[in-house]
Ligand binder design. Structure first.
Ligand SMILES: Nc1nc2c(ncn2[C@@H]2O[C@H](COP(=O)(O)OP(=O)(O)OP(=O)(O)O)[C@@H](O)[C@H]2O)c(=O)[nH]1
Ligand SMILES: [Mg+2]
Length: 324
């Protein structure tokens, strides 16, 4: 099996799209191989810039990502795109829906950087949405993609989680959708490094711009130490505002690197990932115990009889684990 994985990793390092795709599938669907593959990929990663793009369904995220990727690829960058739980229907894991829309990405000029697109349906998957996505990011990173763009739908907790794994988080709003209120509710203001007002060809773009600006002003840091998210108006379908967006992304990255914010964010993210793994491995050890079912049965009946509280029983069971 290791020989097969080694071959896969070799193909991935050569940037072969089929190997990259297969590696992500292994990480997604083959837990028995995923740990070993991750062990091989991890040392190769750590160089990519990760950009998160989130916003309501239909906000124009894919169109925007497509144009941005094209712009980056035209400048010789290799761009990997991950669409997480796209709201448009997909067939057999292929990005058919988005591939049609993402036409300019697939038609990147010869000699320009490569673009790789992958969609992932991970909601509700074991282990949650973020781990699988961040594993896929590691795979693209290891494959030598300079930039990885992650598109997620919505402004819920799962998106916030994914955006935390990114170096730069972009929140896409559109005029006339009541997005600001929604964004505020979900605490998205705190994670947005850049706001994009897409579909700026629609009525109300300037009004939305003002609204967002007033909200940013509320959280603005008087000492000027914090990053103040810029607002970029775009018309993705017409490639308007894409250069400005690319420039704001660079600016944010420079600021984050210089101020130490990037390092801090990475540390927090890596800490979270490690804690999650420790939790998983503890659970595995626990479930692997011969007496696991006996302890569970006993615990449940004690709970049912209201003899002890769940935390007391959990502590008792964990003390059994400590003894071996
Ligand atoms: N008028 C206008 N239409 C746009 C713009 N950007 C995207 N669209 C259109 O909006 C629709 C949705 O675009 P997508 O890029 O698929 O939006 P999305 O946010 O990726 O959608 P989901 O992934 O399904 O959530 C498409 O018909 C686009 O052509 C824009 O700037 N102006
Ligand atoms: Mg999309």
């Amino acid at each position: 099996m290791t020989a097969k994985l080694e071959k896969l990793v070799a193909g991935l390092r050569r940037g072969e799209p089929a190997s990259v795709g297969r590696a992500i599938s292994v990480l997604e669907d083959r837990p028995e191989l995923a740990d070993r593959l991750m062990e091989m990929l991890y040392p190769l990663s750590g160089n990519a810039t990760v950009i998160g793009v989130t916003g309501s369904p239909g906000a124009g995220k894919s169109t925007l990502v497509d144009r941005l990727a094209f712009d980056l690829a035209s400048n010789g960058r290799k761009v990997g795109i991950i669409a997480v739980d796209p709201s448009s229907p997909f067939t057999g894991g292929a990005v058919l829906g988005d591939r049609v829309r993402m036409n300019s990405a697939t038609a990147a000029p010869a000699g320009a950087g490569q673009i790789f697109i992958r969609s992932m349906a991970t909601r509700g998957a074991l282990g949650g949405i973020a781990p699988t996505t961040s594993d896929a990011i590691v795979a693209l990173d290891a494959a030598g993609f300079d930039v990885v763009i992650v598109e997620t739908v919505g402004v819920g907790q799962a998106e916030v989680e994914i955006v935390r794994t990114c170096d730069t988080a972009i929140v896409v709003l559109v005029p006339g959708m009541g997005d600001t209120v929604q964004a505020l509710k979900a605490g998205i203001m705190e994670i947005a490094d850049i706001f994009v007002i897409n579909k700026a060809d629609h009525d109300g773009a300037d009004r939305l711009d003002k609204e967002v600006r007033s909200v940013i002003a509320l959280v603005e840091d008087p000492n000027g130490k914090r990053w103040v998210p810029p607002i970029v108006q775009t018309v993705a379908t017409e490639k308007k505002g894409i250069k400005e967006l690319a420039s704001e992304i660079s600016k944010h990255r420079e600021w984050a690197a210089k101020s130490g914010a990037l390092e801090q964010r990475k540390k927090t993210f890596l800490g979270d990932a490690l804690t999650r793994k420790i939790g998983e491995q503890l659970m595995q050890r626990f479930r692997g115990q011969a007496d696991y079912e006996v302890w569970m049965e006993k615990g449940i009946s004690e709970l049912a009889a209201r003899k002890k509280s769940p935390s007391v029983i959990a502590a008792e069971i964990l003390s059994f684990l400590d003894r071996d």
